[in-house]
Design a binder for this molecule. Structure first.
Ligand code: PEP
Ligand code: MN
Length: 360
């Protein structure tokens, strides 16, 4: 009984703070603060960020012992500020409102660039997937997408080639030289997929699979985290915290359409997320117009809209003969049209001050 009461009190009193060190704080002073935080009874999770000017330490955990620590009296500490949001490590405050930018292989993702990720929904025919990737690269894609584990609504639908597709992913990487993004649906394939690809995708259906999020957070691979079909942005950012707390700093968020009363399109693309998330998080945010629309005729317009509203990139499905695809055929753009789509999208990105994230 007593234990339950204290657990309840603990979660209500979650500590949310960042410790901002003086710009001239020494390494020894920073370590002393980290040690004080670690030694507390508050069971804090720490994340240190060394900026050009200053070092900040975000601390999240049980608040009960924090006040007693008197951190502000320690040498080198400038300020201790509370983080007011339910998400902590993903919050803008955790990085002093500075936006994160990542270099992933040859691709840049961050506030100055526009990252086009393109490729087939799924590796179905090996050679076709490779050809789709090569055409996407020629069109200016910075990364290639291709799924091998597919989370299908029906257990009787094609589930992707599974591990049999791993060699094709490696081949795509080898031939294009571009980073490859692919979805992980089960922790048991984590190591194998991480060995083959550069970015691990967590799909919409697994955004709240917290155990899987902790597994990918440990894989030492950047993560593309998609918003759940019916998840709020607060939930998305707290899901990102699950990955960040494991030490993986390179998390890219992705809006891919949400469930609304509207059934004319597959999902409703929520473009509000771009300006909203820029206020709330330091993480890059991209748009998936393909899964949102479910209809390739809508994809070029929504891709341009995403660029114009300031997205850090888009992820688009494209394949040679979409009508033959076993998965997501209606929404895949014919690969013969991907260069035109890319050109128009880059033009819109330039209008908001972003260069394509790769020279081509
Ligand atoms: C995908 O990108 O192939 C996919 C299944 O997307 P989502 O998880 O957004 O449905
Ligand atoms: Mn798909």
């Amino acid at each position: 009984m007593q234990k339950r009461a204290s657990a309840r009190r603990g979660s209500a009193n979650l500590a949310r703070m960042i410790v901002i060190m003086h710009s001239d704080a020494s390494e020894a002073e920073i370590i002393q603060v980290e040690e004080r935080l670690r030694q507390s009874e508050a069971n804090l999770h720490l994340k240190r960020t060394d900026g050009e000017e200053l070092t900040i330490i975000a601390a999240v955990g049980d608040a009960s012992a924090v006040d007693a620590m008197q951190l502000e009296s320690l040498a080198g500490v400038d300020r201790v500020m509370p983080i007011s949001k339910p998400y902590k490590l993903a919050s803008s405050e955790a990085r002093q409102h500075e936006r994160s930018a990542f270099q992933i292989g040859s691709a840049k993702i961050g506030p100055e660039h526009f990252c086009l990720i393109a490729g087939p929904c799924t590796v179905e025919d090996n050679q076709r997937a490779i050809d789709d990737a090569v055409a996407s690269s020629a069109a200016g894609a910075s990364m290639i997408r291709a799924g091998i584990f597919k989370p299908r609504t029906s257990p009787f639908a094609f589930q992707g080639p599974g591990l049999a597709g791993i060699e094709t992913l490696k081949e795509i990487k080898r031939i294009t030289g571009l980073p490859v993004v692919s979805e992980l649906t089960s922790a048991r394939h984590a190591e194998a997929l991480a060995e083959a690809v550069d970015v691990i995708q967590i799909g919409a259906r697994n955004m709240q699979n917290y155990n899987l999020l902790e597994v990918v957070g440990k894989l030492e691979r950047p993560v593309l985290l998609k918003r759940g079909l019916s998840s709020t942005l607060d939930e998305l950012l707290q899901a990102a915290d699950y990955i960040l707390k494991e030490g993986q700093e390179q998390v890219i968020l992705c809006e891919r359409g949400i469930r609304t009363f509207e059934t004319a399109t597959r999902f409703t693309l929520d473009l509000n997320v771009i300006p909203y998330l820029k206020l709330q998080t330091h993480l890059p945010v991209i748009i998936d117009p393909s899964h949102a629309a479910g209809d390739r005729r809508l994809v070029p317009a929504m891709s341009r809209a995403a660029a114009a509203v300031g997205a850090d990139g888009i992820i688009v499905e494209t394949t040679a003969e979409p009508e033959l695809a076993l998965c997501d055929g209606p929404q895949q753009v014919p690969v013969a049209e991907i260069a035109d789509l890319a050109k128009a999208v880059f033009a819109h990105a330039r209008l908001v001050g972003r260069a394509p994230s790769r020279n081509f």
